[in-house]
Design a protein around this ligand. Structure first.
Ligand code: 13P
Length: 251
């Protein structure tokens, strides 16, 4: 059985005070949940304060990205080691917004993934097709490429600390959610690509989260699908009650 993984990607939202308020509200709402791995991924500027606010709770802390160097003259970048220094055990890599706005490509994302894993982080690695790619029948080709090039060179042991987040770009922040069947179909496809590349044991154990307009109203139905092992939540993770409801939807 794959333990569901539900993470909140706050993106570029919530000031430090708002972030702490959110965490203080969230903690009691999910304190009794141990059948789900819960992660919040605040902005860099809020990480330290959120880490303190989380304390010994059952909510883990994650970054939203991590660079491929430990330290040095890399203005504006943050290393996996720095994320761990403030209490992160996770990071997101390869989010479609990094791909779109920061021109990050599979080869570079593969470097980031490997560097973050080597540093000791767990990684949610994002993949997903755009609407144009889906409409032109290129979805499977794109997903194959994201998995093949993104995960290239990973060792078997690395997969204990990797989850894939399938986030169709057309569903992110649009209010349009993939139907549970669409999500399940894509997840099965992705799992089969992983099986071809890395074998059946790894593909069976790998958690594949769905992301894209997940809300309390659709979370349970999505995660009820056998191959949907959790969620990566944007907008609905900014409020404690909606995020807690989504976490409960995984139970
Ligand atoms: P929304 O839930 O706001 O659509 O964002 C999804 C996402 O990109 C999570 O990483």
């Amino acid at each position: 059985m794959r333990k569901p993984l539900v993470a909140g990607n706050w993106k570029m939202n919530l000031l430090v005070g708002e972030a702490i308020e959110m965490i203080e509200a969230l903690k009691p709402l999910v304190a009794d949940v141990d059948a789900v791995d819960i992660v919040v991924c605040p902005t860099y500027t809020a990480l330290h304060a959120v880490s303190q606010a989380l304390g010994n709770s059952n909510i883990a802390l994650g970054g939203q990205d991590a660079y491929v160097k430990e330290n040095g003259a890399y203005t504006g970048a943050i290393s996996p080691q720095m994320l761990m220094d403030v209490g992160c055990t996770w990071t997101i890599i390869g989010h479609s917004e990094r791909r779109q706005y920061f021109k990050e490509v599979n080869g570079f994302l593969n470097e980031k993934l490997k560097f973050a894993l080597a540093a000791g982080l767990r990684v949610m690695f994002c993949i997903g097709e755009t609407l144009e790619e889906r409409k032109s029948g290129k979805m499977n080709e794109i997903l194959t490429r994201h998995v093949t090039e993104g995960l290239r060179g990973l060792a078997e042991a690395d997969f204990e600390r990797v989850a894939i987040a399938y986030e169709p770009v057309w569903a992110i922040g649009t209010g349009v959610t993939a139907t549970p069947d669409q999500a399940e179909e894509a997840h099965i496809f992705v799992r089969n690509v992983v099986k071809d590349q890395f074998g059946g044991t790894i593909s069976e154990q790998l958690r594949i989260q769905y992301g894209g307009s997940v809300k309390p109203e659709n979370a349970a139905e999505l995660m009820a699908k056998p191959n949907v092992d959790g969620a990566l939540v944007g907008g609905a993770s900014l409020k404690a009650d909606s995020f807690a409801a989504i976490v409960r939807g995984a139970l």
